[in-house]
Design a protein around this ligand. Sequence first.
Ligand SMILES: CC(C)(COP(=O)(O)OP(=O)(O)OC[C@H]1O[C@@H](n2cnc3c(N)ncnc32)[C@H](O)[C@@H]1OP(=O)(O)O)[C@@H](O)C(=O)NCCC(=O)NCCS
Length: 438
Amino acid sequence: MKLKKTLEKKINEHRPRTTRLLKEHGDVKISEVTIAQAIGGARGVRCLVTDVSYLDPFEGIRFRGKTIPETFEALPKVPGREYPYVEGFFYYLMTGDVPTKEETLEVVEEFKKRRQLPQYVIDVLRAAPTDTHPMTLFSQGILAMQRESEFARRYAEGMSREEMWEPMFEDVCNIMPKLPVLAAYIYRMKYKADVHIPADPDQDMGGNFAHMMGIDPPYDDVARMYFILHSDHESGNVSAHTTHLVASALSDAYYALSAGINGLAGPLHGLANQEVLRWVMQFEQKLGGAEPTEERVREALWDTLNSGQVIPGYGHAVLRKTDPRYTAQREFCLKHLPDFPLFKVISTIYKVAPDVLKEQGKAKNPWPNVDAQSGVVQWYYGLTEWDFYTVLFGIGRALGVLTNIVWDRALAYPIERPKSVTTDMLEEAAGLKDSSGS
Ligand SMILES: CC(C)(COP(=O)(O)OP(=O)(O)OC[C@H]1O[C@@H](n2cnc3c(N)ncnc32)[C@H](O)[C@@H]1OP(=O)(O)O)[C@@H](O)C(=O)NCCC(=O)NCCS
Protein backbone atom coordinates (compact mmCIF):
# COMPACT_ATOMS: atom_id res chain seq x y z
CA MET A 1 0.00 0.00 0.00
CA LYS A 2 1.28 3.48 -0.92
CA LEU A 3 -0.09 4.73 2.41
CA LYS A 4 2.15 2.36 4.37
CA LYS A 5 5.24 3.24 2.32
CA THR A 6 4.60 6.97 2.69
CA LEU A 7 4.02 6.52 6.41
CA GLU A 8 7.29 4.64 6.81
CA LYS A 9 9.16 7.43 5.03
CA LYS A 10 7.49 10.06 7.23
CA ILE A 11 8.32 8.09 10.36
CA ASN A 12 11.98 7.77 9.38
CA GLU A 13 12.14 11.51 8.68
CA HIS A 14 10.42 12.37 11.96
CA ARG A 15 12.30 10.14 14.37
CA PRO A 16 15.52 12.24 14.52
CA ARG A 17 13.45 15.33 15.45
CA THR A 18 12.01 13.61 18.52
CA THR A 19 15.37 12.03 19.44
CA ARG A 20 17.14 15.39 19.19
CA LEU A 21 14.53 17.22 21.29
CA LEU A 22 14.77 14.55 23.94
CA LYS A 23 18.57 14.25 24.00
CA GLU A 24 19.64 17.88 23.53
CA HIS A 25 16.71 19.94 24.83
CA GLY A 26 14.91 17.63 27.22
CA ASP A 27 15.09 20.05 30.16
CA VAL A 28 13.47 23.04 28.39
CA LYS A 29 10.26 23.99 30.26
CA ILE A 30 7.01 24.25 28.29
CA SER A 31 4.53 24.39 31.18
CA GLU A 32 4.13 24.93 34.88
CA VAL A 33 1.44 23.35 37.04
CA THR A 34 -0.69 25.20 39.58
CA ILE A 35 -2.76 23.75 42.40
CA ALA A 36 -5.91 24.61 40.43
CA GLN A 37 -4.62 22.56 37.50
CA ALA A 38 -3.65 19.60 39.69
CA ILE A 39 -7.13 19.51 41.25
CA GLY A 40 -8.86 20.66 38.10
CA GLY A 41 -8.25 17.83 35.65
CA ALA A 42 -4.86 19.05 34.35
CA ARG A 43 -6.67 21.72 32.32
CA GLY A 44 -4.15 23.61 30.18
CA VAL A 45 -1.09 21.63 31.33
CA ARG A 46 1.06 21.04 28.25
CA CYS A 47 2.34 17.53 28.58
CA LEU A 48 1.16 15.64 25.49
CA VAL A 49 2.63 15.65 21.99
CA THR A 50 0.75 15.03 18.74
CA ASP A 51 1.16 16.28 15.20
CA VAL A 52 -2.15 14.90 13.94
CA SER A 53 -4.26 17.89 14.97
CA TYR A 54 -3.98 21.08 16.98
CA LEU A 55 -6.78 22.91 18.78
CA ASP A 56 -6.48 26.67 19.01
CA PRO A 57 -8.92 28.09 21.62
CA PHE A 58 -10.18 30.78 19.22
CA GLU A 59 -9.68 29.29 15.80
CA GLY A 60 -10.73 25.72 16.59
CA ILE A 61 -9.32 22.52 15.20
CA ARG A 62 -6.75 22.11 12.43
CA PHE A 63 -6.15 18.64 11.04
CA ARG A 64 -2.47 18.34 10.03
CA GLY A 65 -2.38 22.14 9.70
CA LYS A 66 -5.60 22.57 7.72
CA THR A 67 -8.86 24.08 9.00
CA ILE A 68 -12.10 22.15 8.47
CA PRO A 69 -13.08 23.99 5.24
CA GLU A 70 -9.51 23.65 3.91
CA THR A 71 -9.55 19.91 4.69
CA PHE A 72 -12.87 19.35 2.90
CA GLU A 73 -11.60 21.39 -0.04
CA ALA A 74 -8.24 19.64 -0.40
CA LEU A 75 -9.21 15.95 -0.32
CA PRO A 76 -10.44 13.84 -3.26
CA LYS A 77 -14.24 13.76 -3.42
CA VAL A 78 -16.48 10.80 -4.10
CA PRO A 79 -17.77 11.26 -7.68
CA GLY A 80 -21.03 13.20 -7.71
CA ARG A 81 -20.93 13.84 -3.96
CA GLU A 82 -20.13 16.95 -1.88
CA TYR A 83 -17.79 15.40 0.70
CA PRO A 84 -14.41 13.62 0.48
CA TYR A 85 -13.66 9.94 0.91
CA VAL A 86 -13.13 9.12 4.59
CA GLU A 87 -10.35 6.77 3.43
CA GLY A 88 -8.51 9.71 1.82
CA PHE A 89 -8.87 11.64 5.05
CA PHE A 90 -7.39 8.66 6.94
CA TYR A 91 -4.38 8.76 4.56
CA TYR A 92 -4.06 12.49 5.21
CA LEU A 93 -4.26 12.19 9.01
CA MET A 94 -1.76 9.35 9.03
CA THR A 95 0.88 10.98 6.77
CA GLY A 96 0.13 14.71 6.57
CA ASP A 97 0.10 14.38 2.76
CA VAL A 98 -3.05 15.04 0.75
CA PRO A 99 -3.47 11.81 -1.22
CA THR A 100 -4.13 11.67 -4.94
CA LYS A 101 -7.30 10.05 -6.19
CA GLU A 102 -5.35 6.83 -6.92
CA GLU A 103 -3.76 6.75 -3.47
CA THR A 104 -7.20 7.29 -1.94
CA LEU A 105 -8.83 4.56 -4.00
CA GLU A 106 -6.12 2.11 -2.98
CA VAL A 107 -7.13 2.63 0.67
CA VAL A 108 -10.81 2.35 -0.30
CA GLU A 109 -10.13 -1.07 -1.87
CA GLU A 110 -7.90 -2.24 0.98
CA PHE A 111 -10.54 -1.28 3.52
CA LYS A 112 -13.21 -3.18 1.59
CA LYS A 113 -11.10 -6.34 1.90
CA ARG A 114 -10.81 -5.87 5.65
CA ARG A 115 -14.32 -4.80 6.63
CA GLN A 116 -16.03 -8.18 7.19
CA LEU A 117 -17.02 -8.73 10.85
CA PRO A 118 -16.06 -12.08 12.35
CA GLN A 119 -19.12 -14.18 13.25
CA TYR A 120 -18.04 -14.40 16.90
CA VAL A 121 -18.40 -10.61 17.21
CA ILE A 122 -21.99 -10.90 16.07
CA ASP A 123 -22.49 -13.71 18.60
CA VAL A 124 -21.10 -11.47 21.37
CA LEU A 125 -23.49 -8.64 20.40
CA ARG A 126 -26.46 -10.99 20.27
CA ALA A 127 -25.68 -12.44 23.71
CA ALA A 128 -26.13 -9.03 25.41
CA PRO A 129 -29.43 -8.10 27.10
CA THR A 130 -31.63 -6.14 24.68
CA ASP A 131 -31.50 -2.93 26.73
CA THR A 132 -27.68 -2.75 26.54
CA HIS A 133 -26.58 0.73 25.43
CA PRO A 134 -25.23 0.85 21.85
CA MET A 135 -21.95 2.32 23.14
CA THR A 136 -21.47 -0.72 25.39
CA LEU A 137 -22.10 -3.02 22.43
CA PHE A 138 -19.74 -0.99 20.25
CA SER A 139 -16.96 -1.16 22.84
CA GLN A 140 -17.56 -4.88 23.46
CA GLY A 141 -17.50 -5.62 19.71
CA ILE A 142 -14.10 -3.93 19.38
CA LEU A 143 -12.71 -5.65 22.45
CA ALA A 144 -14.01 -9.05 21.33
CA MET A 145 -11.76 -8.80 18.25
CA GLN A 146 -8.60 -8.36 20.35
CA ARG A 147 -7.68 -11.98 19.65
CA GLU A 148 -6.96 -10.86 16.05
CA SER A 149 -4.23 -8.44 17.14
CA GLU A 150 -1.11 -8.61 15.00
CA PHE A 151 0.66 -6.34 17.49
CA ALA A 152 -0.04 -8.71 20.40
CA ARG A 153 1.10 -11.71 18.32
CA ARG A 154 4.33 -10.03 17.22
CA TYR A 155 5.02 -8.76 20.73
CA ALA A 156 4.70 -12.29 22.10
CA GLU A 157 7.16 -13.50 19.45
CA GLY A 158 9.58 -10.72 20.41
CA MET A 159 9.88 -7.50 18.44
CA SER A 160 12.06 -4.41 18.70
CA ARG A 161 10.69 -0.95 19.53
CA GLU A 162 11.54 0.29 16.03
CA GLU A 163 9.26 -2.32 14.47
CA MET A 164 6.24 -1.70 16.68
CA TRP A 165 4.50 0.86 14.51
CA GLU A 166 4.13 -1.67 11.71
CA PRO A 167 1.87 -4.28 13.40
CA MET A 168 0.08 -1.38 15.14
CA PHE A 169 -0.64 0.06 11.69
CA GLU A 170 -1.89 -3.35 10.49
CA ASP A 171 -4.22 -3.63 13.51
CA VAL A 172 -5.51 -0.12 12.88
CA CYS A 173 -6.17 -0.92 9.20
CA ASN A 174 -8.02 -4.06 10.29
CA ILE A 175 -10.13 -2.25 12.89
CA MET A 176 -11.05 0.96 11.07
CA PRO A 177 -13.07 -0.53 8.16
CA LYS A 178 -14.98 -2.83 10.51
CA LEU A 179 -16.27 -0.02 12.72
CA PRO A 180 -19.04 1.29 10.41
CA VAL A 181 -20.10 -2.32 9.73
CA LEU A 182 -20.16 -3.08 13.46
CA ALA A 183 -22.13 0.11 14.12
CA ALA A 184 -24.68 -0.64 11.39
CA TYR A 185 -25.12 -4.17 12.75
CA ILE A 186 -25.78 -2.81 16.26
CA TYR A 187 -28.22 -0.23 14.88
CA ARG A 188 -30.29 -2.67 12.85
CA MET A 189 -30.21 -5.35 15.55
CA LYS A 190 -31.52 -2.90 18.15
CA TYR A 191 -33.82 -0.63 16.20
CA LYS A 192 -34.71 -2.19 12.81
CA ALA A 193 -36.28 -5.49 13.81
CA ASP A 194 -32.93 -7.26 13.56
CA VAL A 195 -33.11 -7.15 9.76
CA HIS A 196 -29.68 -6.60 8.22
CA ILE A 197 -28.43 -5.26 4.90
CA PRO A 198 -25.33 -6.85 3.35
CA ALA A 199 -22.36 -4.62 2.44
CA ASP A 200 -22.28 -3.08 -1.04
CA PRO A 201 -19.00 -4.05 -2.76
CA ASP A 202 -19.06 -0.88 -4.88
CA GLN A 203 -19.24 1.62 -2.06
CA ASP A 204 -16.62 3.52 -0.07
CA MET A 205 -16.76 3.61 3.73
CA GLY A 206 -19.28 6.46 4.02
CA GLY A 207 -21.48 5.18 1.21
CA ASN A 208 -21.50 1.63 2.47
CA PHE A 209 -22.32 2.78 6.00
CA ALA A 210 -25.39 4.69 4.78
CA HIS A 211 -26.36 1.65 2.70
CA MET A 212 -26.01 -0.80 5.61
CA MET A 213 -27.93 1.54 7.91
CA GLY A 214 -30.71 1.55 5.31
CA ILE A 215 -30.70 5.34 4.85
CA ASP A 216 -30.85 6.91 1.38
CA PRO A 217 -28.51 9.58 -0.04
CA PRO A 218 -27.48 12.19 0.84
CA TYR A 219 -26.97 10.35 4.14
CA ASP A 220 -23.77 8.91 2.65
CA ASP A 221 -22.40 12.47 2.56
CA VAL A 222 -23.70 13.14 6.08
CA ALA A 223 -21.73 10.09 7.23
CA ARG A 224 -18.54 11.26 5.48
CA MET A 225 -18.89 14.77 6.91
CA TYR A 226 -19.72 13.45 10.37
CA PHE A 227 -16.80 10.97 10.57
CA ILE A 228 -14.28 13.55 9.40
CA LEU A 229 -15.55 16.31 11.70
CA HIS A 230 -15.44 14.07 14.77
CA SER A 231 -12.09 12.44 14.02
CA ASP A 232 -9.59 14.31 16.13
CA HIS A 233 -9.44 17.15 18.64
CA GLU A 234 -5.80 16.94 19.70
CA SER A 235 -4.66 14.61 22.49
CA GLY A 236 -6.05 15.80 25.80
CA ASN A 237 -9.77 15.02 25.42
CA VAL A 238 -10.99 11.94 27.27
CA SER A 239 -11.32 9.53 24.32
CA ALA A 240 -8.00 10.49 22.72
CA HIS A 241 -6.12 10.60 25.99
CA THR A 242 -7.54 7.28 27.18
CA THR A 243 -6.64 5.53 23.93
CA HIS A 244 -3.12 6.96 24.07
CA LEU A 245 -2.72 6.11 27.78
CA VAL A 246 -3.82 2.50 27.38
CA ALA A 247 -1.66 2.04 24.27
CA SER A 248 1.31 3.47 26.18
CA ALA A 249 1.36 0.25 28.23
CA LEU A 250 1.88 -1.50 24.84
CA SER A 251 -1.68 -2.72 24.97
CA ASP A 252 -2.76 -3.26 21.38
CA ALA A 253 -5.15 -1.10 19.35
CA TYR A 254 -8.21 -3.22 20.23
CA TYR A 255 -7.70 -2.75 23.97
CA ALA A 256 -6.81 0.90 23.56
CA LEU A 257 -9.70 1.88 21.28
CA SER A 258 -12.28 -0.01 23.32
CA ALA A 259 -11.11 1.94 26.39
CA GLY A 260 -11.24 5.25 24.50
CA ILE A 261 -14.79 4.49 23.36
CA ASN A 262 -15.79 3.90 27.00
CA GLY A 263 -14.56 7.41 27.78
CA LEU A 264 -16.48 8.81 24.84
CA ALA A 265 -19.64 7.33 26.38
CA GLY A 266 -19.56 9.88 29.23
CA PRO A 267 -22.22 12.63 29.15
CA LEU A 268 -19.62 15.37 29.55
CA HIS A 269 -17.84 14.06 26.43
CA GLY A 270 -19.37 12.28 23.41
CA LEU A 271 -22.69 11.39 24.99
CA ALA A 272 -23.54 15.11 25.05
CA ASN A 273 -24.91 14.77 21.50
CA GLN A 274 -27.65 12.43 22.69
CA GLU A 275 -28.23 14.67 25.72
CA VAL A 276 -28.90 17.64 23.42
CA LEU A 277 -31.69 15.74 21.68
CA ARG A 278 -33.08 14.50 24.98
CA TRP A 279 -33.12 18.10 26.28
CA VAL A 280 -34.94 19.41 23.19
CA MET A 281 -37.51 16.60 23.26
CA GLN A 282 -38.28 17.17 26.94
CA PHE A 283 -38.57 20.89 26.26
CA GLU A 284 -41.01 20.33 23.38
CA GLN A 285 -43.04 17.94 25.50
CA LYS A 286 -43.36 20.59 28.20
CA LEU A 287 -44.39 23.15 25.57
CA GLY A 288 -47.23 20.86 24.56
CA GLY A 289 -47.46 22.32 21.05
CA ALA A 290 -46.79 25.97 22.00
CA GLU A 291 -44.32 27.95 19.88
CA PRO A 292 -40.66 27.49 21.04
CA THR A 293 -40.02 31.23 21.29
CA GLU A 294 -36.75 32.77 22.48
CA GLU A 295 -38.40 33.65 25.78
CA ARG A 296 -39.55 30.06 26.39
CA VAL A 297 -36.16 28.65 25.43
CA ARG A 298 -34.46 31.10 27.82
CA GLU A 299 -36.76 30.00 30.66
CA ALA A 300 -36.11 26.32 29.98
CA LEU A 301 -32.33 26.89 29.91
CA TRP A 302 -32.50 28.67 33.27
CA ASP A 303 -34.60 25.81 34.67
CA THR A 304 -31.84 23.40 33.62
CA LEU A 305 -29.12 25.53 35.22
CA ASN A 306 -31.15 26.17 38.38
CA SER A 307 -31.64 22.45 38.85
CA GLY A 308 -27.84 22.07 38.89
CA GLN A 309 -27.50 20.50 35.44
CA VAL A 310 -25.36 21.56 32.51
CA ILE A 311 -26.69 22.83 29.19
CA PRO A 312 -25.64 20.01 26.89
CA GLY A 313 -23.74 20.98 23.75
CA TYR A 314 -22.41 24.22 25.25
CA GLY A 315 -19.02 24.97 26.78
CA HIS A 316 -15.63 23.43 26.16
CA ALA A 317 -12.47 22.71 28.10
CA VAL A 318 -10.23 24.38 25.49
CA LEU A 319 -12.35 26.25 22.93
CA ARG A 320 -13.32 29.85 23.62
CA LYS A 321 -15.57 30.48 20.62
CA THR A 322 -18.22 28.67 18.56
CA ASP A 323 -16.81 25.30 17.59
CA PRO A 324 -16.06 25.25 13.83
CA ARG A 325 -17.39 21.67 13.83
CA TYR A 326 -20.71 23.19 14.97
CA THR A 327 -20.48 25.78 12.22
CA ALA A 328 -19.70 23.18 9.52
CA GLN A 329 -22.81 21.20 10.47
CA ARG A 330 -24.91 24.34 10.78
CA GLU A 331 -23.91 25.28 7.22
CA PHE A 332 -24.94 21.81 6.07
CA CYS A 333 -28.34 22.32 7.78
CA LEU A 334 -28.79 25.80 6.27
CA LYS A 335 -28.22 24.27 2.84
CA HIS A 336 -30.15 21.01 3.15
CA LEU A 337 -32.77 21.46 5.88
CA PRO A 338 -33.27 25.18 6.58
CA ASP A 339 -36.98 24.83 7.44
CA PHE A 340 -36.79 21.69 9.56
CA PRO A 341 -38.55 22.58 12.87
CA LEU A 342 -35.95 20.86 15.04
CA PHE A 343 -33.18 22.85 13.32
CA LYS A 344 -35.13 26.02 14.11
CA VAL A 345 -35.28 25.11 17.82
CA ILE A 346 -31.54 24.34 17.82
CA SER A 347 -30.95 27.72 16.13
CA THR A 348 -33.07 29.49 18.76
CA ILE A 349 -31.01 27.84 21.49
CA TYR A 350 -27.88 29.12 19.71
CA LYS A 351 -29.31 32.65 19.85
CA VAL A 352 -30.20 32.47 23.54
CA ALA A 353 -27.90 30.03 25.36
CA PRO A 354 -24.60 31.98 25.17
CA ASP A 355 -26.19 34.99 26.93
CA VAL A 356 -27.78 32.77 29.56
CA LEU A 357 -24.45 31.09 30.27
CA LYS A 358 -22.67 34.47 30.33
CA GLU A 359 -25.25 35.81 32.76
CA GLN A 360 -24.81 32.76 35.00
CA GLY A 361 -21.10 33.51 34.85
CA LYS A 362 -19.68 30.03 35.43
CA ALA A 363 -18.83 28.48 32.07
CA LYS A 364 -15.57 29.82 30.64
CA ASN A 365 -16.91 29.22 27.16
CA PRO A 366 -20.60 30.04 26.60
CA TRP A 367 -20.51 28.95 22.92
CA PRO A 368 -21.79 25.74 21.35
CA ASN A 369 -19.58 22.73 20.72
CA VAL A 370 -19.90 20.03 18.06
CA ASP A 371 -22.60 18.14 19.96
CA ALA A 372 -25.13 20.98 19.94
CA GLN A 373 -25.76 20.55 16.22
CA SER A 374 -24.99 16.97 15.29
CA GLY A 375 -28.19 15.27 16.46
CA VAL A 376 -30.48 17.42 14.36
CA VAL A 377 -28.79 16.32 11.12
CA GLN A 378 -29.17 12.67 12.10
CA TRP A 379 -32.79 13.17 13.11
CA TYR A 380 -33.66 14.80 9.80
CA TYR A 381 -32.42 11.77 7.86
CA GLY A 382 -34.49 9.39 9.99
CA LEU A 383 -31.95 8.38 12.59
CA THR A 384 -34.11 9.32 15.55
CA GLU A 385 -32.72 6.77 18.03
CA TRP A 386 -30.49 9.23 19.87
CA ASP A 387 -28.95 6.54 22.07
CA PHE A 388 -27.04 5.64 18.93
CA TYR A 389 -25.53 9.07 18.20
CA THR A 390 -22.36 8.58 20.23
CA VAL A 391 -21.57 5.41 18.24
CA LEU A 392 -21.39 7.61 15.13
CA PHE A 393 -19.04 9.91 17.03
CA GLY A 394 -17.00 6.82 17.97
CA ILE A 395 -16.48 5.75 14.35
CA GLY A 396 -15.20 9.22 13.53
CA ARG A 397 -13.07 9.53 16.66
CA ALA A 398 -11.37 6.22 15.86
CA LEU A 399 -9.76 7.82 12.78
CA GLY A 400 -7.84 10.25 14.96
CA VAL A 401 -7.04 8.18 18.03
CA LEU A 402 -5.89 5.18 15.99
CA THR A 403 -3.63 7.39 13.88
CA ASN A 404 -2.16 8.75 17.08
CA ILE A 405 -1.29 5.37 18.55
CA VAL A 406 0.48 4.31 15.34
CA TRP A 407 2.63 7.43 15.70
CA ASP A 408 3.05 6.79 19.43
CA ARG A 409 4.74 3.49 18.58
CA ALA A 410 6.65 5.02 15.66
CA LEU A 411 8.19 7.64 17.96
CA ALA A 412 8.56 5.18 20.83
CA TYR A 413 6.63 7.30 23.31
CA PRO A 414 7.02 5.63 26.70
CA ILE A 415 4.43 4.36 29.15
CA GLU A 416 2.53 7.33 30.57
CA ARG A 417 2.95 7.91 34.26
CA PRO A 418 2.24 11.39 35.70
CA LYS A 419 3.07 11.91 39.38
CA SER A 420 0.41 12.47 42.03
CA VAL A 421 0.66 14.45 45.26
CA THR A 422 -1.39 14.41 48.46
CA THR A 423 -3.72 17.15 49.75
CA ASP A 424 -1.23 17.66 52.62
CA MET A 425 1.47 18.41 50.06
CA LEU A 426 -0.76 20.94 48.29
CA GLU A 427 -1.54 22.64 51.62
CA GLU A 428 2.18 22.80 52.35
CA ALA A 429 2.92 24.25 48.91
CA ALA A 430 0.20 26.85 49.53
CA GLY A 431 1.81 27.78 52.85
CA LEU A 432 -1.21 26.58 54.84
CA LYS A 433 0.82 24.18 56.95
CA ASP A 434 4.44 23.22 57.41
CA SER A 435 5.94 19.82 56.70
CA SER A 436 5.24 18.67 60.29
CA GLY A 437 1.52 18.88 59.39
CA SER A 438 0.61 21.71 61.82
C1 LIG B 1 -17.40 20.49 28.12
C2 LIG B 1 -17.31 20.75 29.60
C3 LIG B 1 -17.29 19.40 30.35
C4 LIG B 1 -16.00 21.49 29.88
O1 LIG B 1 -15.84 21.56 31.27
P1 LIG B 1 -14.82 22.59 31.95
O2 LIG B 1 -13.55 22.64 31.19
O3 LIG B 1 -14.75 22.25 33.39
O4 LIG B 1 -15.59 23.96 31.70
P2 LIG B 1 -15.43 25.33 32.51
O5 LIG B 1 -14.02 25.53 32.98
O6 LIG B 1 -16.02 26.39 31.65
O7 LIG B 1 -16.35 25.07 33.79
C5 LIG B 1 -16.53 26.06 34.78
C6 LIG B 1 -17.91 25.91 35.40
O8 LIG B 1 -18.89 26.17 34.38
C7 LIG B 1 -19.80 25.10 34.31
N1 LIG B 1 -20.21 24.87 32.94
C8 LIG B 1 -19.42 24.67 31.84
N2 LIG B 1 -20.18 24.42 30.77
C9 LIG B 1 -21.46 24.46 31.19
C10 LIG B 1 -22.71 24.25 30.54
N3 LIG B 1 -22.79 23.92 29.26
N4 LIG B 1 -23.84 24.37 31.26
C11 LIG B 1 -23.78 24.70 32.58
N5 LIG B 1 -22.63 24.88 33.26
C12 LIG B 1 -21.49 24.77 32.55
C13 LIG B 1 -18.98 23.89 34.78
O9 LIG B 1 -19.83 22.83 35.18
C14 LIG B 1 -18.18 24.49 35.91
O10 LIG B 1 -19.04 24.60 37.03
P3 LIG B 1 -18.48 24.45 38.53
O11 LIG B 1 -17.51 25.59 38.68
O12 LIG B 1 -19.70 24.56 39.39
O13 LIG B 1 -17.82 23.12 38.59
C15 LIG B 1 -18.49 21.62 30.10
O14 LIG B 1 -18.52 22.82 29.36
C16 LIG B 1 -19.83 20.91 30.00
O15 LIG B 1 -20.19 20.18 30.93
N6 LIG B 1 -20.59 21.11 28.87
C17 LIG B 1 -21.84 20.44 28.65
C18 LIG B 1 -21.58 19.03 28.16
C19 LIG B 1 -21.04 19.02 26.74
O16 LIG B 1 -21.56 19.68 25.85
N7 LIG B 1 -20.01 18.22 26.51
C20 LIG B 1 -19.43 18.03 25.18
C21 LIG B 1 -18.10 18.67 25.09
S1 LIG B 1 -17.43 18.55 23.44
